[in-house]
Ligand binder design. Structure first.
Ligand SMILES: Nc1ncnc2c1ncn2[C@@H]1O[C@H](COP(=O)(O)OP(=O)(O)OP(=O)(O)O)[C@@H](O)[C@H]1O
Ligand SMILES: [Mg+2]
Length: 248
């Protein structure tokens, strides 16, 4: 089966995460983390450094096995395709921008001509068509993030995991990435991402999951989360990141 055969693909949603626990170096990094995600929209994971957000995303994309707990994908086990992840510092092949995107379609056994056509189309949408033949490793930080998004988007994922996709980018690059993320969502991809940029969270998120010490403290619609955070940990986090909010 081809991965983009959406009608035949098993549904990933609702995605039910039960009591994930993972220890490293004698410390509980994930400590009973649970949440449920429906099939639409953008969910942003917030929480202090070391809370376990990246570890959780790695667990979801199958890179890390937890000690206990369960992930139910639409009531079943993890599908072969349909989940893509973009890391904070994406690794690029020592090859052209175009080749980096085409390669992402190999596991799905997409024929070569279609790989090329889809790769060119997605590069156009992220504003990198003119860099298609350049070496991927020569791109700037913002361009690399757009290429990483293109590599994920070209696979037509049902769920896209983004780990701080705009960390250390300038404002116009942040804006470009946010525009692309919205477009990906509009095409029906469920997005789960982390950020420490609270302005970005208010611009992009439908709902916020606040994680502290390896557990979910609260899961709320974005407006309610920022207007009335329910947990003391979330209140402190918001105030620490955005002192000017105190005035409201
Ligand atoms: N492979 C690993 N081995 C040991 N400890 C790890 C490993 N990966 C992560 N950790 C630890 O797990 C904790 C959670 O890390 P994680 O990267 O998930 O935090 P985070 O919430 O993403 O933080 P940040 O906001 O800084 O990105 C940290 O204390 C980290 O050192
Ligand atoms: Mg992280």
């Amino acid at each position: 089966m081809r991965a983009d055969d959406a009608a035949l693909a098993p549904s990933l949603f609702p995605l039910r995460i039960h009591e994930l626990c993972w220890q490293a170096g004698g410390r509980r990094v994930l400590d009973g983390l649970s949440m449920e995600l429906g099939g639409e929209g953008i969910t942003i994971l917030l929480g202090p450094n070391g809370a376990g957000k990246s570890v959780f995303l790695r667990t979801l994309c199958g890179l890390l096995e937890v000690d206990s707990g369960e992930i139910e994908w639409g009531g079943g086990s993890r599908p072969e395709f349909g989940v893509a992840m973009v890391f904070q510092q994406p690794k690029m092949l020592r090859d052209s921008v175009l080749a980096n995107v085409e390669l992402a379609l190999r596991p799905q056994r997409v024929p070569a001509a279609e790989r090329r056509q889809r790769a060119r189309a997605v590069l156009d949408r992220v504003g990198l068509a003119h860099r298609a033949d350049d070496g991927a490793r020569g791109l700037s930080g913002g361009e690399r993030q757009r290429l990483a998004l293109a590599r994920a988007w070209v696979t037509r994922p049902r769920l896209l995991l983004l780990d701080e996709p705009t960390a250390s980018l300038d404002p116009s690059s942040v804006d470009a990435i946010e525009r692309i993320v919205r477009e990906i969502r509009t095409e029906g991809t469920r997005i789960l991402m982390t950020t420490h940029n609270l302005g970005q969270a208010t611009r992009l998120a439908d709902d916020i999951v606040f994680i502290d010490a390896g557990r979910v403290c609260e899961h709320a619609p974005v407006q309610r989360f920022f207007a009335r955070p329910a947990s003391q940990a979330a209140r402190l986090y918001i105030q620490g990141e955005l002192p000017w909010r105190m005035a409201f």
